[in-house]
Design a protein around this ligand. Structure first.
Ligand code: CA
Length: 250
């Protein structure tokens, strides 16, 4: 098992291959992309932990890749690879949502240290949420079932669990349909497929509310114009304090 999958978007082959070799030696799984469009597509695949992004790229420049990536992956760690003396680029990159930058030429050791540091503080690797509670309703994401009070357990589909797990791992922000789509299926956002997300959420809500139609919107709330968010009253007993912070943002 690797320490993490890392996409390297870099058009200069020797640099890209050198970075890939260094990451592989350090226990990571590198994925190489030689231009902007293929880099954006690779970064949006499920299972990516971090992106190393050159700025001067054919097809789509690095800043544009970063802006488009941020529309679907608000918190995926991105480290910019930049040439020395281009402070404006560096500032623009951080302004566009990069987590860090490394100045070329860099040593393999320096790069791996930066990758480790950024991954350590990444919200993309939250503690896995196992149990969600709302009143007498209990969701077990590992066993993929929901139970209301002493009632019978109802099973949840893999997709329904994945939606809930992603919402639970990001309790403080609204998750867009596009983000769910790319996260769950690795698809580029499109108007038609985002409706599939709404259908899954509707089915999920009906399972979560059981017979209590009052509860339909409490587990997953709709944030107008933004997407979905876990309701402020949903508790996750494995992660103490989450319920408190959630209460303040409704
Ligand atoms: Ca370049």
């Amino acid at each position: 098992m690797s320490l993490g999958r890392i996409v390297i978007v870099e058009d200069e082959t020797p640099i890209r291959e050198g970075v890939a070799a260094a990451l592989r030696a350090a226990g990571y799984e590198p994925v190489e992309a030689p231009d902007g469009p293929s880099g954006l597509a690779a970064a949006r695949q499920p299972g990516v932990d971090l992106v190393l992004l050159d700025l001067m790229l054919p097809g789509l420049d690095g800043l544009e890749v970063l802006k488009q990536l941020r529309q679907t992956h608000a918190t995926l760690p991105v480290i910019i690879l930049t040439a020395r003396g281009t402070e404006d680029e560096r500032v623009a990159g951080l302004g566009a949502g990069a987590d860090d930058y490394v100045v070329k030429p860099f040593s393999a050791r320096e790069l791996v240290a930066r990758v480790e540091a950024v991954l350590r503080r990444s919200p993309e690797r939250p503690a896995a949420v196992g149990i969600l509670l709302l009143g007498r309703t209990r969701v077990d994401l590992q066993r993929r079932e929901v139970r209301s009070g002493d009632g019978p357990a109802q099973s949840l589909s893999e997709t329904e669990c994945a939606i809930l797990a992603h919402l639970a791992a990001n309790p403080n922000r609204a998750i867009s349909r596009d983000e769910l789509l790319t996260r769950l299926w690795g698809l580029a956002p499109s108007g038609i497929e985002t409706r599939t997300i709404d259908m899954h959420v509707a089915r999920l809500r009906s399972k979560l509310s059981g017979d209590d139609s009052d509860k339909t919107e409490k587990f997953i709330i709709t944030v107008r114009g933004s997407g979905y968010m876990l309701g402020p009253d949903v508790q996750s007993p494995a992660s103490s304090g989450r319920g408190d912070s959630a209460g303040a943002r409704s």
